[in-house]
Design a protein around this ligand. Structure first.
Ligand code: 4AD
Ligand code: MG
Length: 486
């Protein structure tokens, strides 16, 4: 059995080669004595054109071919033939065809007409069969491969952080609680009604928001590590960039400071997009056409697709680097992101940059990714390293966010506070109990060292690489506030 992707790339010398292909019917059109069918097997964005000639196959096979509805699975055999059609290298004159699983084309959940992405989200079980989700998921796969490839080649060890945890790493209080249930009894109310001393773990348990603290323990033993796994946030934000379950890549590096942490994030992101440019050419071409059509449908005048161009911007340029205080100054100089559009949230020193500010910096000011660093301590997590020499009331931490055009925050990271006394003072100030972080504090008591790391939102990486506008289309099964299908 040959994959359609392999077959379509075959050189001219492959003419006449006998192949067996298996896939799902995309289109099927019958003329008197000819049946033209296209099939796709998920290996690439292109379809393979099949031609069945009535007089050359047994009657039963002709009936099976002409009756194969959209979505049916088929096994076909034939010898490759150069296609007379422009833009299509090969076609397959069918010598034998078998319908493995029939499909009633009229009832097939994916209609043959254009279908919008929102409608597709309601059929998460079938949308991987569409061209657009096929391209997105193949690119997602490439990004996962490039992630392991980059870190493994750079000497990082892959660490599996736990999904069930007792600690709120980010301190934002947006966690999902985990408890046991006896379904034979009435459901207990969470919170005070659950007696945690008798519950499974003997104490409250949650789904992790970040593997960072576990990652730090391992960096403090192995030097350079990374985690790559699902993380969960019960954020009540119904936006195009937030999921309740998303995947995060979290490298953690011992003996590393903030500038070196930035270098690592930059090299990693560049590696990922270079990998996609080099390995997903036909998916990118497909998504560019998809973007052109979408823009035309929405009546947008500039119907140029810029997907590859946008990836090249990342691959070919150094990222901008900008202290937070200067970022606030830049954003404060204008009244809003565009002429006549005021800021929804005017910038204020001491508060997080809003998505509108982040996009303005990356899209309008830098026109490429930019790393904003040294954020006010009040808007970041407890573990970030305090910067020295700050004016009173203007204390900052060694934090960094990588901001991308279109996406906004792609990466959040920092140099970690390795000084025990300063960390303890900060935790007391933020009301965190020492006993909840005793293991974390031990790494500062026994052989502490400067270290740094960052977290990359994997779906935001997929968003940028595919040009999709909504994070729900960047993950196979999106979970967002108020919505979970399959
Ligand atoms: O900035 P965040 O919250 O940082 C951390 O969790 C750190 N512990 C990471 C570290 O230093 N090891 O999240 C990191 C990234 C964000 O920049 C964003 O790309 C993504 O995770 N992210 C989300 N992606 C999708 N849906 C959400 N609800 C997300 N929240 C954060
Ligand atoms: Mg962040």
């Amino acid at each position: 059995r040959v994959a359609v992707a392999t077959l379509l790339k075959a050189s001219g010398a492959a003419e006449g080669t006998r192949v067996v292909v298996m896939g799902w019917v995309k289109t099927n059109r019958t003329q008197k004595k000819l049946c033209f069918m296209s099939i796709n097997d998920g290996s690439c964005a292109s379809h393979l054109q099949l031609v069945v000639t009535k007089d050359e196959v047994p009657e039963a096979m002709w009936e099976a071919a002409t009756g194969a509805g959209n979505g049916a699975s088929v096994r076909v055999e034939g010898c490759l033939k150069a296609s007379p059609k422009e833009g299509q290298k090969w076609e397959l004159p069918v010598e034998s065809i078998e319908v493995l699983g029939p499909s009633d084309g009229a009832k097939y959940p994916i209609p043959p007409v254009k279908i919008n992405l929102e409608t597709l989200r309601a059929i998460t079980h079938m949308r991987p069969r569409t061209g657009v989700m096929g391209a997105v998921m193949r690119i997602r796969n490439s990004l996962a491969y490039a992630t392991h490839n980059f870190f493994q080649q750079s000497g990082f060890m892959y660490v599996h952080a736990p999904l069930i945890t007792g600690a709120d790493c980010e301190g934002a209080g947006e966690m999902f609680q985990v408890t046991t249930l006896d379904l034979a009894k009435p459901l207990p109310k969470l919170g005070n009604d659950v007696d945690y001393t008798k519950d499974f773990f003997g104490k409250p348990a949650f789904l992790t928001v970040s593997g960072q603290l576990n990652g730090e323990y391992y960096a403090c033993a192995f030097g350079s590590i990374y985690t790559f796994g699902p993380t969960f946030r019960a954020e009540n934000s119904n936006t195009t960039r937030h999921l309740a379950e998303f995947w995060m890549i979290e490298p953690e590096i011992a003996f590393c400071d903030l500038p070196k942490n930035m270098d690592c994030a930059e090299s990693y992101l560049r590696h990922c997009f270079r990998h996609v440019l080099e390995n997903n050419a036909d998916d990118l071409a497909f998504l560019e056409e998809f973007e052109i059509n979408r823009k035309a449908d929405e009546g947008i005048v500039d119907t140029e697709a810029k997907l590859r161009e946008r990836l090249e911007v990342v691959v070919k340029n150094d990222f901008g680097r900008l202290p937070y205080t200067e970022a606030i100054e830049i954003v404060s100089k204008v009244a809003g992101p565009r002429e006549g559009v005021p800021w929804e949230f005017p910038p204020v020193w001491g508060q997080e940059l809003q998505t509108e500010h982040e996009k303005y910096l990356a899209e309008v000011v830098y026109k490429k990714p930019v790393i904003v660093y040294n954020y006010p301590k009040g808007c970041k997590a407890f573990y970030m390293r305090m910067n020295e020499g700050c004016a009173p009331g203007k204390e900052t931490v060694a934090a960094m966010d990588v901001l991308f055009p279109r996406v906004g925050e792609m990466v959040g990271g920092s140099q970690r506070e390795e000084r025990l006394d300063i960390l303890l003072a900060k935790m007391a100030e933020m009301g965190l109990k020492e006993e909840d972080y005793s293991g974390y504090l031990d790494t500062r008591r026994f052989g502490s060292q400067p270290h740094a790391g960052f977290g990359v939102g994997f779906e935001r990486l997929v968003l940028y690489a595919t040009g999709m506008g909504n994070i729900r289309d960047a993950i196979p099964f999106p979970r967002t506030v108020g919505q979970m299908i399959h």
